[in-house]
Write a protein that binds this ligand. Sequence first.
Ligand code: NAI
Length: 331
Amino acid sequence: AKDPVRVLVTGAAGQIGYALVPMIARGVMLGADQPVILHMLDIPPAAEALNGVKMELVDAAFPLLKGVVATTDVVEACKGVNIAVMVGGFPRKEGMERKDVMSRNVSIYKSQASALEAHAAANCKVLVVANPANTNALILKEFAPSIPEKNITCLTRLDHNRALGQVSERLSVQVSDVKNVIIWGNHSSTQYPDVTHATVKTSAGEKAVRELVADDAWLNGEFISTVQQRGAAIIKARKFSSALSAASSACDHIRDWVVGTPEGTWVSMGVYSDGSYDVPAGLIYSFPVTCKNGEWSIVQGLSIDDFSRNKLNKTAEELSEEKALAYSCLA
Ligand code: NAI
């Protein structure tokens, strides 16, 4: 039998946490033959709720779940973890300045980075979900210098999956037959959902999404804004932000990273830019990636037309500004 993998979920008493921990305990993230030990962290005001989640995990009697650590102590939470899913953060409240929200999150990610740096297992893989996700990941990388850059990522897979969903609805095809959309840039409304290289599996072979949709006005307009604004639409409908789809996409992100992407398929991940596609190096930026042997690599050589170039630049500019704001909070 395989040794259990220790998976940390921060903000585990929150909405996404509540959807995510049962998925992990059922093997959705790491496979149906991979035992897990869940480490759940939240802050003292949520300690009782966190204990309630732990009680439910016991009650669900998950065969793969070999242990649960539920704590408000960040050091205890980080001890020996192989995978860290960072969902906890400080949400923007009405009337708050962007800088205040950034400042709260910078201090959270700085201290959690130090705890991971000192106590996580060697080669721990980190996925930041909490917003501002790209910039939180950047701060985490900054304060966990012994964790390799390639091990620190942020979640844009939900946006990627939303783009697949929109194409599948528009064409009335199975979502599993659509692939190779791309989310470029920030997990924010400046992200660029790109279908230039996306395809659909049909009985007559693989066809370009652009050809099948045959409506560039929709693809360059409403499609993009629907994906960009989907989070807000969910909040409007549900009165809470996306939780089940965020949790499911976080599982997709880690699973593909660990197990590998299928041949001929790429996914979107927020990763440390090496300057590919003229994106400034040193930003955490969402790129198309393939994964193999537990490592991602940015898909190279895709054509970028002027329309796309413009959008790649715009979201990069926003990330550079966020980075500057985050650093000003550190000063
Ligand atoms: P939530 O408010 O229900 O849960 C957040 C949890 O984090 C709470 O239990 C809170 O007590 C905890 N927390 C706050 N500070 C903490 C700290 N220092 N250490 C540990 N835990 C802490 O929020 P929800 O809906 O679960 O969303 C979580 C985050 O994920 C938000 O930042 C949200 O904006 C983000 N998000 C990101 C998505 C993505 O695609 N990247 C999609 C959806 C949400």
